[in-house]
Design a protein. Structure first.
Length: 87
């Protein structure tokens, strides 16, 4: 039996949740392979991305809830739908 894209996404989200749940207090400021971001910033980026993706799938105008003032971005939905543009 072949897994569906939804099944694949569920597996990835479960694995990601387990990784994030395992982060210790002293690890949130640690470096990541994404050299511009520490663990806290990378996880925040992923959460915001998932919220935007969820809104897009629902046909809503995507609005990012910022984890901090420097990360606030409000993408606009393109006329006729599709992926949002940065605004």
């Amino acid at each position: 039996m072949t897994a569906s894209p939804i099944d694949d996404l569920a597996l990835v989200l479960t694995a990601t949740g387990e990784l994030v749940a395992g982060v210790q207090r002293d690890q949130w400021d640690a470096a990541t392979p994404c050299t511009d971001w520490n663990v806290r910033e990378l996880v925040s980026h992923m959460v915001i991305g998932h919220r935007l993706f969820n809104g897009i799938l629902r046909g809503e105008v995507a609005r990012a809830r910022s984890a901090g003032p420097d990360q606030q971005r409000r993408p606009r939905q393109r006329p006729g739908g599709g992926l949002p543009e940065r605004g």
